[in-house]
Design a protein around this ligand. Structure first.
Ligand SMILES: [Zn+2]
Length: 331
């Protein structure tokens, strides 16, 4: 396979702090020899494990970028044993546009793996992560939130994977992250995901969903900042003591967790995030908007549990995910 067209302006093997870029040539109307410049920071101190930290996999999710721009300013080599690679805006074109996917090629970074060195801009970035950055990493933390169309109770998560040693390490880091909720995820559609790319390579992979609505609150930003540092400490890469936080464990075992709209219209939620709901309970009404006098459609949840995520905008379309219900797990 041909080499990646991306070049890094930092030396990944050098000790110290380096702020630089991943530079991807991108010829276009306003810059014949232009580039996509993805900012990154590398903090390295001697031998040890490598953490690869990413935000902006989806461009309209903000807790991760906030935590990682913050960490890039503050983390010092003296605190580190090994290496921390910080990339706050993985899909930079999407992040700059404030959209989930890239405005250049509509590429969804989390469906673009393993990528291609001669593909679209999004595929070229994915290929660089697949063949250059992931192989360097021992621990991978990829921040997500709901973006403009979803809102989540703030949680940190890892996947059920075949390698139970790796799975246990990932859940130890989820516990250390210390989000208000911690989730065991079974991925329903894992094809092309960064998560799967990392896990297939044997990397310990942790992710989050920390809020949504296309913004970040003071509370969720602080969960991200504190959680990231806690995770690095628990992984043995940053010195210090973790700040233990209470967390409620949740499980999303199957497709019954998800309720989808079959009609478009104006949505009225009948419960809020954090409410416990019973199987069959109405969770939302969807009003047809074209005329008055019509009855709304009632949407019911398909399992009992905690109302964990919801559609964010006030209007829904057929097929939109309206509600996610998670099982409350002891301990
Ligand atoms: Zn996302």
């Amino acid at each position: 396979m041909r080499p990646s067209p991306i070049s890094a302006t930092v030396d990944f093997d050098a000790d110290g702090v380096q702020h630089g870029f991943l530079r991807l040539p991108y010829s276009r109307d306003d810059a014949a020899w232009g580039s996509v410049m993805i900012p990154l920071t590398v903090v390295k101190n001697g031998a040890g494990p490598t953490a690869l930290l990413t935000g902006g996999n989806h461009g309209d999710e903000y807790e991760g970028p906030i935590a990682l721009f913050d960490l890039a300013r503050h983390l010092t080599p003296a605190e580190v044993t090994g290496r921390v690679i910080i990339i706050p805006a993985m899909n930079l074109p999407a992040f700059v546009a404030g959209t989930r996917t890239s405005p250049i090629d509509r590429g969804n970074m989390n469906r673009a793996f393993p990528g291609r060195p001669d593909g679209t801009v999004t595929e070229r970035i994915a290929d660089y992560f697949q063949r250059v950055l992931l192989p360097m990493a021992d621990v991978v933390l990829d921040f997500h939130s709901g973006g403009k169309t979803l809102d989540f109770l703030p949680f940190c998560a890892a996947h059920i994977v075949p390698d139970k040693t790796m799975e246990a390490k990932a859940f130890d880091l989820v516990r250390a992250f210390g989000a208000p909720y911690s989730v065991s995820m079974l991925e329903i559609d894992a094809v092309g995901m960064y998560d799967s790319a990392a896990e297939d390579m044997g990397k310990v992979f942790v992710t989050t969903e920390l809020g949504g609505g296309g913004t970040a609150s003071a509370a969720t930003a602080n969960i991200a900042i504190r959680g990231c540092r806690n995770l690095l400490i628990a992984a043995g890469i940053v010195k210090g003591a973790t700040e233990p936080q209470p967390t409620q464990w949740l499980d999303m075992p199957d497709g019954d967790c998800f309720t989808f709209a079959e009609d478009g219209g104006l949505i009225q939620f009948l419960a809020d995030l954090g409410d416990t709901v019973e199987k069959g309970q109405p969770v939302a009404l969807i009003y047809p908007t074209g005329r008055t006098g019509l009855d709304p459609v009632t949407l019911r949840v398909r399992r009992s549990g905690l109302f964990t995520a919801r559609h964010f905008p006030g209007l829904v379309k057929p097929g939109d995910c309206v509600a996610v219900i998670a099982d409350i797990v002891a301990g």
